[in-house]
Design a protein around this ligand. Structure first.
Ligand code: ATP
Ligand code: MG
Length: 262
């Protein structure tokens, strides 16, 4: 993938929105047509039911991130997690990031913090790249060296980077705390969405959640038990701002939702 001139990569940013980073960073092309075919939210995808769902989901998160209910610490750091594997964390994190990237005055950094089993780049049709783990391991690497700018001008990506057996310790480390503080403060007009591993299978997710301003807990409809949800909520009880997404609700014939229409 060619390294782009930073001026070229900034084209198309809404007026008044500063580029996410300075420096030589890489530019990648997300295959938006493929994403659209997969039913994910894209800028040109129109008013699909998924796009409408994420429009509703993002509003309270953005209000909180902007401090409209009173300033909350690092409210622009939002982790998407769930009790168990496969509930839809990555699906929701990517769609949420895409949906927020459509806002006029906000840029988004999507972080793949599922460092043991990263999948954000795969879902976006991109190859593996250096990322979060590499910055935490190598003091000389900076955020700006690994952030990927994309063909969605308001969306950048921080990949998970190389897998490491000390991932939990790295995510709980002082370097990570500094990195998060740096991301939250340096990019205060940005929303940072973290995809994460499941809470009840790994320790990484609760370590991450403890450092975030907001948590989105994805719950797979008709599959995840009440007990699992309660246990997941218990693991993130240090975070004051938890939102739930009830995911994979079965559609009814003739319409997305059960309801009455005249
Ligand atoms: N609302 C939805 N509508 C349609 N498909 C969905 C929805 N949510 C998730 N999926 C699909 O379900 C599968 C699992 O979702 P996803 O990979 O996002 O889960 P995950 O929680 O990130 O899993 P893991 O714990 O393995 O990281 C994927 O194929 C995804 O496309
Ligand atoms: Mg995932």
């Amino acid at each position: 993938m060619p390294v782009q001139d930073s001026n070229t990569a900034q084209e198309g940013l809404p007026e008044g929105v500063a580029p996410l980073r300075r420096g030589p960073g890489k530019h990648v092309e997300i295959n938006l047509a493929r994403l659209q075919q997969l039913g994910m939210v894209t800028q040109d995808g129109g008013r699909t039911s998924v796009a409408e769902d994420f429009r509703i989901i993002k509003r309270p998160l953005l209000r909180m991130a902007r401090g409209e209910h009173g300033a909350i610490e690092q409210g622009n750091l939002i982790v998407v997690t769930s009790a168990l594997p496969g509930e839809g964390k990555t699906y929701c994190a990517v769609n949420l990031a895409m949906s927020i990237a459509m806002e006029m005055d906000i840029t988004v950094l999507l972080v793949d913090a599922d460092v043991a089993r990263p999948s954000v780049l795969k879902v976006l049709g991109l190859g593996a790249e250096a990322g979060l783990m590499d910055i935490l391991l190598n003091g000389k690497l900076e955020l700006g060296d690994v952030i990927l700018r994309t063909n969605v001008p308001t969306l950048s990506i921080l990949p998970a980077g190389r897998a490491n057996k000390h991932a939990t310790e790295l995510l709980a480390s002082r370097s990570m705390r500094h990195l998060l503080k740096d991301i939250a403060e340096r990019y205060a007009d940005r929303v940072i969405i973290f995809d994460s591993p499941p809470l009840l299978i790994t320790t990484e997710a609760s370590v991450l959640a403890a450092q975030m301003g907001q948590v989105v807990l994805v719950v797979e409809a008709e599959t995840t038990t009440q007990h699992a949800v309660k246990e997941a909520l218990r693991q993130i009880d240090t975070c004051a701002h938890v939102n739930l997404i009830y995911n994979k609700i079965r559609a009814f014939p003739g319409g997305e939702y059960y309801g009455y229409y005249e």
